[in-house]
Design a protein around this ligand. Structure first.
Ligand code: SF4
Length: 307
């Protein structure tokens, strides 16, 4: 099918199904370009909750569609590619978290939004890369279990007096970036500012100029006087940043910053999702209730619009 035909078909199916298309910042360019909204996982889940549409097509990975389904339980949430998972989210099971809680009975559990609904349900509160430090410092506990991302836990530990008990998970994409990538980027682009995601290794975070989540990267790029910006997160962000800040130059910190799971979705799969109403993502009500509590507690701390 021709490029325009496919876009026309998606627009037609979107109307027929009364659907909205949400795409994560890490999606491929053609998916970002046909989406109604592009953003990070929390922004998109909140948009899903606020949307008047009957159907949400979530172009991202499984845990994101699951969060949208939990925050918008009256809507049909579709993930165009069923195999799009998140290796980081899969690095801790409910049983493993329950054992860790048993070993540390006085610790609160703060779970990264990049996790399954079942793990969120066993947690006291959720965190994102943008609000993690604020949320952890707000907890009425001296010890905090951070799961599943050990690199994020290390980043938080530098800005809190609480004892951090880190689960040793990691994002396979961000973990590939090394200190040599930072050194090379400084040689190749002297004067450029280097921004990395807190999912990167501690030594990479320590040697970057800024540590920000994807939403923070966009705001920083819009506001800074720097014209050359090196981005240490998944490469889909470069497309988004170039669109948001056309006068600036963006460079990827490492060519290894590609998340295969984020690249499975394309326009053809979006069209098929709308045509066949697949793959529907649901969360069991008993899990949903407890997981949403963890999300709501986080939103209360960060003053983000509630759900
Ligand atoms: Fe998961 Fe990392 Fe891919 Fe994000 S970039 S979906 S955290 S593996």
């Amino acid at each position: 099918m021709e490029k325009c035909d496919l876009t026309d078909k998606i627009i037609e199916l979107k109307e027929k199904r009364d659907a909205v298309i949400l795409a994560h910042n890490y999606q491929i360019a053609e998916v970002q370009d046909i989406a109604d909204h592009v953003g990070d996982s929390l922004e998109l889940s909140q948009l899903a909750a606020e949307s008047k549409a009957d159907v949400i097509v979530f172009c991202g990975v499984h845990f994101m569609a699951e969060s949208a389904a939990m925050l918008a339980p009256d809507k049909i949430v579709l993930l165009p590619e069923a195999a799009a998972g998140c290796p980081l989210a899969d690095m801790i099971s409910v049983d493993e978290l329950l054992s860790l809680k048993k070993e540390n009975p006085n610790a609160a559990v703060a779970t990264y939004i990049n996790s399954s609904a079942a793990v969120k349900a066993e947690s006291d509160i959720c965190i994102t890369s943008a609000n993690a430090i604020k949320v952890v410092n707000s907890l009425n506990a001296d010890e905090v279990i951070i799961t599943p991302d050990g690199n994020l836990a290390s980043y938080i530990s530098k800005s809190t007096d609480k004892k951090i008990i880190a689960w040793p998970g990691y994002c396979i994409t961000h973990h590939r970036v090394t200190l040599d990538d930072i050194k090379l980027a400084r040689e190749n682009h002297p004067g450029a500012v280097i921004i990395v995601h807190p999912e990167c290794r501690p030594e990479v975070v320590a040697n970057a100029d800024k540590v920000l989540g994807t939403g923070g990267m966009i705001r920083y790029a819009q506001e800074t006087d720097h014209e050359d910006i090196i981005i240490g997160t998944e490469e889909g962000m470069i497309h988004r940043l170039r669109k948001e800040c056309p006068g600036k130059r963006f460079f990827l910190l490492s060519s290894s910053l590609v998340c295969p799971n984020m690249k499975y979705t394309n326009r053809q799969k979006v069209a098929s999702a709308l045509e066949n109403m697949e793959h529907r993502i649901t969360v069991k009500p008993e899990v949903r209730k407890r997981a949403v509590d963890s999300l709501r507690k986080m939103l209360a701390v960060t003053s983000v619009k509630g759900v």
